[in-house]
Design a protein around this ligand. Structure first.
Ligand code: IMP
Length: 176
């Protein structure tokens, strides 16, 4: 087991739940009367995705996309690949990609370009967290839960070396 400290919640369970509810309201209004495919970017978005899809009040189809970087060196250069593809054909459909955190933006920039090549009717990205200070790619999410400073966070799906995903709140790693 990885030994690392994390501090008191940066966002509590209640704060996350309130914000997810607000995002769900906006998404429900924006896609009212439309068919929507919501795509969970695995693995970090799984908890956010489960909560968000439960508060969206329109019928949706859910799908999953596995995304990984090719090793640490390539990660710095932003080399991303799809490790597990969608089951749905998204051509002509409204698609909302749900991500845990946008940092450099390189991952979402790649995912967006890849999915756009399949000619969806529309493609938007909803991220729970946005670290705007670290942006390297020309990418802006369409829906943001919280904008955060440049700190490494864990919990609510986010990991440090595959640990801490199951914390029910978000904390800064290395703080006690
Ligand atoms: P980007 O390509 O630099 O935008 O990085 C996005 C990915 O890096 C996310 O999907 C996360 O997997 C990971 N990541 C970035 N910052 C954090 C963090 O603070 N905690 C956990 N994972 C992070």
């Amino acid at each position: 087991m990885v030994q690392a400290n994390y501090g008191k919640p940066l966002f509590t369970k209640a704060e996350i739940s309130k914000r997810v509810g607000e995002l769900g309201d906006r998404i429900s209004k924006d896609y009212k009367g439309e068919d929507l495919i919501m795509v969970c970017v695995m693995t970090g978005a799984y908890m956010f995705f489960a909560d968000l899809t439960r508060v969206v009040r329109i019928p949706v189809v859910v799908d999953y996309l596995g995304v990984s970087s090719f090793g640490s060196r390539a990660k710095a250069k932003g080399a991303v690949r799809i490790s597990s593809d969608l089951n749905q054909n998204i051509e002509g459909k409204h698609v909302l990609v749900v991500e845990d955190i946008v940092n450099s933006g390189l991952t979402m920039d790649y995912v967006k370009k890849n999915l756009l090549s399949r000619e969806p009717r529309s493609l938007k990205v909803c991220t729970l967290l946005d670290k705007v200070e670290k942006r390297r790619a020309n990418f802006q999410p369409d829906y943001v839960g919280f904008t955060i400073p440049n700190r490494y966070v864990v919990g609510y799906g986010l990991d440090y070396q595959d640990q801490y995903r199951n914390l029910p709140y978000i904390a800064v790693l290395g703080e006690e």
